[in-house]
Design a protein. Structure first.
Length: 491
């Protein structure tokens, strides 16, 4: 069993902050390796060489050139450093697959790239190769940590290799995205015909990258304990619940952490005025700045509700739209920051037009503004229909902004509902609603507004959230314990 000092881990991911980001996976792909490295683990991150990665990574150097890499022509493996960290990157430079406009998964018209199966088969194949004895690198990982469907084929490639395989961990960040492709892709990505079976990569007549990982990985993790339970049954199993229940002994929920340096109201450079639990009154300056910036009536007394979110059905923002006419009968303001489904975006834009001074919507994403929203609003809205972990509810509590959340996934694990009991023991840090409806959301908002009208109660809820520890330290330690146990079983 290795000591931490010689424990080498390859962490394979399709995105990593600050180079390329579409969601929380990018944050975790930077924060978890950083926390593990603080524990003495030699973690290196494998990522595709998208244009943003090639432009933003530091100290890029050539490692190895493959004229032919399992049928992928002209693949170049590079080393680099993630900006602002000491995290070593391994970058797959393959312009024919990664050098293009749009995002990592979709073209500028938001259509999936037609060759996504090959693009992420290459990522998976490289991950499997770099933990094998054939790797040309001195870096010899003892374990491979994969993330989401884009790396799901790596455990399958290792399973069908002739040599003994290193342990593999697959983390599910969102089970709804499964990487499903037609049967001919099995041969195109170099999997043997026998893999295309129920006890393998086959999923309702198609190939699923995610199922490949779930079936062949040594261990499966997901990003909160509650979500690990939810995905073993309908509806949040999304067709995979049978397999996940079968593998329950190899499934662990480890809640995500947040970057306490980046999300710290006492030192945040993106907000109007810094503050902390000792000078919480300074938070009001951020509310005034946000109201002024977004064209809302500048009024310190009126409750300001907000959301920073992908504007989608999954995030429950259609339910918010449904209750806005009733909600605005109260003396409240609303701000939305995000991008997503066009019809929902248009609906929020119309709300701004029909309720000037009371509703603001920034359609797009602005990192600096997201920090000011967290600091400036009074309550954070997160009515997600499902939420594997979620990060904003943790950011909000750290910023003294009690969240109002649906009781699902990691939201249950990270928000302590305000009840008579939790108010008495001073643990209440937000508001949960169990009824997944617009009415349930409205009731929770009204419950929060009732507490807001009592300054002492509201201050107690704010401080309880601000004093909670959402750092990566505990979660990284749990991952390290898991790695150790898997390596002990192998030995």
């Amino acid at each position: 069993m290795p000591n931490t000092s010689d424990l080498q881990i390859l962490f394979a991911t399709p995105e990593i902050r600050p180079l390329i980001k579409t969601g929380g996976l990018a944050d975790i792909s930077a924060s978890l390796p950083a926390a593990l490295r603080k524990l003495g683990v030699d973690v290196r991150v494998l990522v595709p060489g998208y244009p943003a990665v090639m432009e933003g990574a530091l100290n890029i150097q050539s490692l190895y050139w493959f004229g032919d890499f399992f049928g992928f022509d002209e693949v170049h493996l590079l080393s680099a450093i993630l900006p602002g960290t000491d995290i070593p990157l391994l970058i797959i430079e393959a312009p024919q697959y990664y050098t293009r406009g749009g995002g990592p998964y979709q073209d500028p018209k938001k259509l999936d790239w037609p060759d996504n199966a090959l693009r992420f088969a290459l990522l998976s194949r490289m991950a499997a190769y770099l933990v094998s004895s054939a790797s040309p690198l001195e870096f010899r990982p003892k374990l491979l940590h994969c993330n989401d469907w884009q790396t799901g084929l790596a455990p399958a490639y290792l399973h069908f290799a002739t040599e003994p395989q290193v342990p593999t961990v697959l983390t599910i960040h969102n089970l709804a995205f499964q990487g499903i492709f037609p049967p001919p892709v099995v041969a195109e990505v170099g999997l043997p015909p026998q893999s295309f079976a129920i006890e393998g990569v086959e999923y309702y007549g198609n190939l699923s990258f995610l199922k490949a990982g779930l079936y062949y990985a040594t261990h499966i993790t997901t990003v909160s304990p509650n979500y690990a339970e939810e995905i073993q049954r309908e509806p949040l199993g999304f067709g995979m619940q049978g397999l996940l229940k079968q593998r329950a002994a190899d499934l662990t929920g480890i809640v995500n952490g947040i970057d306490n340096d980046e999300w710290n109201p006492a030192a945040d450079p993106h907000i109007a005025r810094n503050y902390g639990s000792g000078n919480l009154d300074e938070k009001a300056a951020n509310k005034a700045a946000l109201q002024k910036m977004l064209g809302l009536a500048v009024d310190p007394a009126i409750p300001l509700l907000g959301a920073v979110s992908r504007i989608s059905y999954q995030k429950g923002l259609d339910m918010l739209l449904e209750i806005v006419p009733t909600l605005l009968e109260e003396p409240v303001q609303l701000v939305i920051l995000g991008t997503g489904e066009a019809l929902l975006e248009q609906s929020f834009t119309r709300l701004v037009q029909s309720h000037p001074g009371k509703v603001a919507a920034y359609i797009g994403f602005d990192e600096k503004l997201s920090h000011l929203v967290e600091a400036g609003i009074d309550m954070f809205l997160m009515p997600s229909r499902f939420e594997p972990c979620g990060l904003n509810q943790m950011y909000s509590q750290r910023y003294g902004t009690p969240p109002i959340v649906h009781a699902t996934g990691g939201l249950v694990d990270t928000v302590i509902d305000t009840t008579p009991e939790t108010l008495l023991d001073k643990s209440a840090s937000g508001f949960l609603f169990g009824e997944n409806t617009a009415a349930g959301l409205l009731d929770a908002i009204r419950r929060a507004l009732g507490c807001y009208r009592n300054p002492n109660t509201w201050r107690q809820i704010q401080l309880a959230g601000m004093n909670r520890d959402f750092s990566w330290d505990a979660s990284a330690t749990r991952y390290l314990e898991l790695y150790r146990s898997l390596l002990a079983e192998k030995d």
